[in-house]
Design a protein around this ligand. Structure first.
Ligand SMILES: Cc1cc2nc3c(=O)[nH]c(=O)nc-3n(C[C@H](O)[C@H](O)[C@H](O)COP(=O)(O)OP(=O)(O)OC[C@H]3O[C@@H](n4cnc5c(N)ncnc54)[C@H](O)[C@@H]3O)c2cc1C
Length: 250
């Protein structure tokens, strides 16, 4: 189940998020992931105890490598900094070996052939970036709408990758909401000031929705979608854990 990989790239996305590309170091087949799945990363902690944490795969498989993105959980008041995310940010670099599980997870892209809408905030972009990457790599003609909320453009993790994928798809649109102001250097389809408001955009009929972000964000988006008549079973969401988002909510 566990497999070792070499870190091939460590890419700084934002002040708080880095992306790791890890490459296989043996000849075993790299088992395919479904779009939206995650791997468990297992690391030896400084106290000598191995710990597991989950990270969404943020790019479609290429048979050689896996990509995941890690938000650093900073200490906050009496709460300590996150153990694994701090270790990955500070101590793991290109050339190091990391251990991951096979891909897991049930929140995966449906193959029903319906339009897809992603509603994400902060590091919640991670599973959506993976799903979008799969759709683009497959040459999908599905209509894709990516809605993302963040503090500002500089805080939007994986922004270059998802904007590039949206442009390549030609059936995709991306809209952003930035709390600090509606400024962008990217060719987005729309950018708005403040928190995500679904009234700002036209959404396709009969879409399937995938959400990831802080719980209050997902609850708010889900409520709005239900008010618009979207069926509950057409809304899926990935929960990263209740504590990860604290800094995003201040
Ligand atoms: C399915 C899934 C997918 C995920 N995908 C991603 C992803 O793509 N990218 C990503 O960045 N994260 C992702 N996560 C979250 C990730 O797995 C980790 O939870 C995250 O990186 C934090 O781990 P950590 O070891 O740094 O923090 P931890 O050490 O586990 O700490 C977490 C929180 O608990 C608090 N805490 C710890 N100990 C104490 C204590 N004694 N008293 C009070 N508070 C304490 C910390 O201050 C922190 O706020 C995902 C989670 C799941 C379940």
């Amino acid at each position: 189940m566990w497999r070792e990989w070499e870190v091939a790239k460590k890419i700084r996305e934002t002040d708080d998020v880095v992306t790791f590309v890890v490459k296989r170091i043996d000849d075993r087949l790299v088992k395919s992931s479904l779009p939206g799945q995650y791997v468990t990363v297992r690391m030896m902690m400084p106290d000598g105890v191995p710990q597991p944490r989950q990270y969404s795969l943020t790019r479609a498989d290429d048979g050689e490598s896996r990509q995941f993105s890690v938000k650093r959980v900073r200490g906050f008041g009496i709460e300590p900094a996150g153990e694994m995310s701090t270790l990955l940010h500070e101590s793991v670099d290109v050339g190091d070996i990391v251990t991951t599980s096979l891909p897991y997870g049930d929140v995966v892209l449906d193959d029903a052939g319906r339009p897809v809408v992603f509603a994400t905030a902060g590091i919640g972009i991670a599973p959506a970036a993976g799903m979008l990457s799969h759709l683009v790599k497959a040459g999908s003609g599905l209509h894709i709408t990516l809605l993302h909320g963040d503090l500002d453009e500089a805080s939007f993790p994986l922004r270059r990758q998802v904007v590039t994928d949206v442009l390549e798809s030609r059936h995709a649109e991306v809209y952003a909401w930035y709390e600090k102001g509606a400024e962008t250097m990217e060719p987005l389809n729309g950018v708005f000031q403040g928190r995500m408001d679904l009234e700002d955009v036209d959404l396709p009929d009969d879409a399937l929705y995938y959400m990831c972000g802080p719980l209050p964000f997902m609850q708010g988006v889900r409520t709005k979608l239900l008010e618009r008549g979207v069926a509950p079973e057409d809304i899926q969401y990935e929960v990263f854990g209740p504590d990860l988002w604290q800094a995003d909510l201040d």
